[in-house]
Ligand binder design. Structure first.
Ligand code: FAD
Length: 537
């Protein structure tokens, strides 16, 4: 049986960071285990390739939710990266930390040591921001964060119209006032996707004390009594056990870390017994508290010069491809998600609760998960509902770890979520009816002119709304009985087992979730180093 000091399960946004930082100490043997394989594929590295990765089964867990009652019983497609880099190898690369109050809220909920002033240094540590170092940004860290290489004039007009409609123009979503309209920054390096793998593991893969096992699924955690001592893995149909002498860190993401706990006997006792699983620790919080961002799509037909749709279709798409191959430049070197306005749905909100994304192109998500670009010149909005009140859960239906769990996200379950979503559509319409962007718009295609009243808008949102794939919270951190991990991310009731990924978030952050997951990886690694008696990282 092979043996390491630390085993990290899952090479995603958090796991790559944990493994990279722990292996900085040459005397520490670290094993990083990933179910998926190599991310060295054209459409992974080309930033605009995200839409193509949605249904790419070779690098994707490709989950579906259970029917969502408030979304006409639709099953929502949930892509998740199953590849080195995890979801950071298939995501939209938007770099957003969230609002400082998100983290202060974590601290108030029992996450001691996770307030904004505690986590900011870890955000800065990872970062290599193209704008250089400042109070709010890091430079020289492993992960490149950059501005779009060009901004479509339609997007500039969106900012002007937002300003004319009373929403301020800002110049950094990751700095005060955390409110207003601006371009997104992205994790893109020289026109290529910067995933957690390319930032944190690829440059240090030569380390003799770091082993990366791909194509290897962890089946369960192995215990002696209540102490985690190893993991059982399957590679090419063969099962074996690998030992960890110090700790095991689950970084398998919000959909798989709770599954691994449950199949290893940690979860709601009655549920586990029903599936024939021996209960090691009765922790009813495992798999609960599932949160995600729901978004309402909007589409407008524009003047021909105002949309990029024509560049991604017909013969011109080959031109865009050739330009990218020659220089790593042009349309394919940018994320489609260029901009957003962070706004409050009403004055009653203590902080922005809407992220109103505008893209210079338009497409429709089919229920199968396919992304279908529109054939007319169009632009599209994604009105993301931040701070959702709705809570879902996930459950396993088999003791077999290779059987997909079931997910019940409960989108729009809380009446307040539905109301704020409708307000978002009204607000976006107000901006789009304001010059200068109004002069580029020929017609609203979705929801369309027939959807005037709140009920009709809500129907649209239920019928075609989608999500941000920001699932978090299923192994919630806290100091109460319902928490799954304590503030040092140790699984309650057992020894030598931690969780470091999006699942530990008590509440979802106000924005896209990859950067917070990287921060969680940084902080986890530092706490592990501290707890073994070292100076921390
Ligand atoms: C399509 C899409 C678009 C997104 N766009 C953005 C965006 O633009 N900006 C942003 O900030 N966020 C975005 N997100 C969300 C963000 O990418 C995730 O929140 C974040 O990457 C999650 O990090 P994680 O470490 O928790 O999990 P992951 O990055 O998903 O990593 C988990 C890893 O564990 C592996 N794994 C799971 N189970 C096992 C097992 N049993 N054995 C071995 N390995 C296992 C998985 O294969 C995976 O590699 C997007 C997500 C998706 C899916």
């Amino acid at each position: 049986m092979s043996e390491f000091d630390y085993i990290v399960v899952g090479a995603g946004s958090s796991g790559c960071v944990v493994a990279s930082r722990l292996s900085e100490d040459p005397n520490t043997r670290v094993l990083l285990i990933e179910a998926g394989g190599s991310p060295e594929k054209f459409w992974v590295r080309a930033p605009a390739g995200m839409g193509r990765l949605f249904l790419e089964k070779s690098i994707n867990w490709a989950y579906f939710t259970e029917p969502v009652p408030q979304a006409r019983g639709r099953k929502i497609y949930w892509p998740r990266g199953r590849v080195l880099g995890g979801s950071s190898s298939v995501n939209g690369m938007v770099y957003l930390r969230g609002n400082p109050e998100d983290f202060n809220g974590w601290a108030r909920l029992g996450g001691e040591g996770w307030a904004w002033e505690d986590v900011l240094p870890f955000f800065l540590k990872s970062e290599d921001n193209a704008r250089g170092a400042s109070e709010y940004h890091g430079a020289g860290g492993p992960m490149r964060v950059a501005d779009p290489t060009f901004v479509c004039p339609t997007i500039e007009d969106y900012f002007r119209s937002a300003e004319n409609a009373g929403i301020r123009r800002t110049f950094d979503h990751n700095a005060p006032p955390y409110e207003g309209a601006d371009v997104h920054q992205h994790t893109i390096r020289n026109g290529r996707r910067e995933s957690a793998y390319t930032a944190f593991i690829k440059p240090v893969q030569h380390r003799r004390n770091l082993t990366v096992l791909t194509g290897t699924q962890v089946l369960r955690v192995v215990f002696r009594g209540r102490t985690a001592i190893g993991v059982e893995v399957r590679k090419n149909g063969r099962d074996r056990t690998i030992a960890a002498t110090r700790e095991i860190v689950l970084s398998s993401g919000s959909l798989n870390s709770p599954q691994l706990l449950m199949v290893s006997g940690i979860g709601a006792g009655a549920d586990l017994r029903r599936l024939g699983i021996d209960v090691r620790v009765d922790l009813p919080g495992v798999g609960k508290n599932l949160q995600d961002h729901w978004f309402s799509p909007m589409i407008w037909r524009t003047r021909a010069d105002s949309s990029f749709n024509y560049l991604i279709q017909g013969w011109r798409k080959y031109l865009s491809g050739a330009q990218y191959l020659l220089s790593h430049g042009g349309l394919l070197s940018n994320s489609a998600s260029q901009s957003a306005a962070f706004v409050r749905s009403s004055d009653a909100q203590a902080r922005p609760d809407l992220q109103m994304v505008l893209r210079p192109l338009s497409y429709t998500f089919s229920d199968s998960g396919a992304v279908i670009p529109d054939r007319f010149p169009g632009i599209s909005g994604g009105l993301v509902l931040l701070n959702p009140a709705s809570r879902g859960h996930m459950e396993i239906v088999s003791a077999d770890p290779t059987v997909a769990p079931r997910f019940h996200p409960n989108y729009l379950d809380a009446a307040d979520d539905a109301e704020r979503t409708v307000k978002a559509v009204h607000l976006m319409r107000k901006i789009m009816a304001t010059d200068p962007i109004a002069s580029r718009i020929e017609a609203e295609i979705a929801p369309g002119p027939q959807a005037i009243g709140d009920d009709a808008i809500l129907e649209h949102v239920r019928a075609v709304g989608n999500c941000g794939w920001h699932q978090v919270g299923t192994c919630r951190m806290g100091s109460d009985e319902g928490a799954v991990v304590d503030p040092r991310l140790r699984v309650r009731g057992v020894e030598r087992l931690r969780i470091a990924d999006g699942s530990i978030m008590p509440t979802i952050t106000s924005g896209n979730t990859a950067a917070p997951c990287v921060m969680i990886g940084e902080k986890a690694a530092a706490m592990i180093a501290e707890d073994r008696g070292g100076p921390g990282l």
